[in-house]
Design a protein. Structure first.
Length: 410
């Protein structure tokens, strides 16, 4: 019995000794709630009636934490989950990072360097007309003008979301490695490498949000597959003669693994689409702060892959063009109030040739507590399409709206 007892103790000690140690990282919970009541008066298609009043939300739950080791290395983790009613708690971001005097390295599904260092212009409400549009009050399925299916979706697949923003994120949430340098005298730079972006189906057509494309399972040298992605960005922040200055830019590339031959393009069926080149994007931004006043501008250009459409005559028609976005904004801050104005101009919106967009917006933000604000804004959006490609008629589509809401960080 004593021998059996000693054996049991020894086995128990061996089991404890073999138990792997856990990293000393405690995850804290956070996130945000963006909730709005909206009124929109917009053009409508035949047999489509929009509900002028709506409630729109965007909510996320964040988990994150870090620890600094004795050797000075900081190790952290960050996770973001979508938390609105129909989101199913889907993961938006999931990555770990390592940082020190040498900079920071992100490893996982996090935004690319060009976006992380991008300079945004002042806005009426950053959730509506900022770098990323989190709340879209306009219903584009009910717009008129001869478009089939969803607006800005000539294939009628209805698979796109229409967000009028200017974030440089063509790599999207593909798994990547991103290095960000330390800040030297106000200057910081970064680089992203994504080994496997994901496929693009030739049936998707133009205007597709490539960032939501599924992984390609490491396919290579295949038609309609976008592969490796690269992104670089740089940013400078400083002050001269009491003028705060932020200036930066970025460039991104996602490679098309295999470009179709002329014979393969000629074999496209009428109505089918094909990508014929790499995706590229670049942007430049400038933001000035003069006392309570802010003034900024950002210009960006995106090539979604030079898309062509098959025709009934064994030829192809170029149906895309570079998207060119200019954003100008100004704001004034006094106490807890901020007043903002912005103008958004987009030529060849989402790469659709000759589909041009203008948006004008103005609004007020009131900080009623730490990380809490009430926001109200008005906007006018006008879309003009002047090309008859794809059988689409010339169109002028517009919407006017009032948006009231609250933004809470927790």
């Amino acid at each position: 019995m004593k021998k059996l007892l000693m054996t049991s103790v020894a086995l128990g000690g061996l089991a404890l000794a073999s138990t792997p140690a856990h990293a000393e990282i405690e995850l804290d919970a956070g996130g945000y709630f963006k909730g709005y009541v909206t009124y929109v008066n917009q053009d409508e298609a035949t047999d489509f009636d929009t509900n002028s009043f709506d409630i729109i939300r965007d909510t996320e739950v964040h988990l994150g934490g870090e620890t600094t080791l004795d050797n000075g290395l900081t190790v952290g983790a960050h996770f973001e989950a979508l938390a609105d009613g129909d989101d199913g708690f889907g993961i938006d971001e999931s990555y770990v990072y390592f940082s020190g005097d040498w900079g920071r390295l992100n490893f996982g599904t996090e935004d690319e360097a060009a976006y992380l260092l991008q300079v945004a212009a002042p806005s009426a409400d950053s959730n509506i007309d900022g770098l990323r549009q989190f709340v879209q009050p306009v219903n584009y399925e009910a717009m008129t003008g001869g478009f089939s299916g969803t607006f800005i979706d000539p294939t009628g697949s209805g698979s796109i979301g229409v967000n009028l923003d200017y974030d440089q994120d063509i790599i999207g949430k593909s798994d990547n490695l991103t290095y960000l340098s330390p800040v030297f005298n106000g200057f910081q730079a970064g680089f992203t490498f994504a080994p496997d972006f994901g496929p693009a189906s030739s049936s998707e057509g133009i205007g597709i949000d490539h960032t939501d494309t599924a992984p390609s399972d490491s396919l290579s040298d295949a038609d309609e597959v976008f592969g490796r992605g690269y992104s670089i960005g740089a940013r400078y922040e400083g002050e001269f003669n009491n003028i705060e200055l932020i200036f930066g830019g970025g460039w991104s590339l996602v490679e098309l693994e295999d470009k179709r031959t002329s014979a393969e393009l000629a074999a496209l069926s009428a109505g089918d689409f094909a990508y014929t080149d790499d995706m590229t994007a670049w942007n430049l931004g400038l933001d000035l702060g003069i006392g309570p006043f802010g003034l900024g501008v950002n210009y960006s250009q995106t090539d979604y892959g030079s898309i062509v459409e098959g025709t009934a005559t064994a030829a192809t028609s170029d149906v895309s063009d570079d998207e060119k976005v200019l954003v100008v904004g100004a704001d004034y801050t006094t106490g807890p109030f901020k007043i903002g104005l912005s103008w958004y101009k987009n030529d060849n919106t989402f790469g659709v040739k000759d589909l041009d967009t203008d948006r004008y917006s103005g609004g007020v933000t009131y900080e009623y507590g730490p990380g809490m604000s009430f926001r109200g804004s008005i906007f006018y959006v006008d879309h003009d399409h002047t090309d008859t490609a794809l059988g689409l008629s010339d169109s002028s589509l517009n919407a006017t709206g009032v948006v009231l809401g609250t933004h809470i960080e927790f």
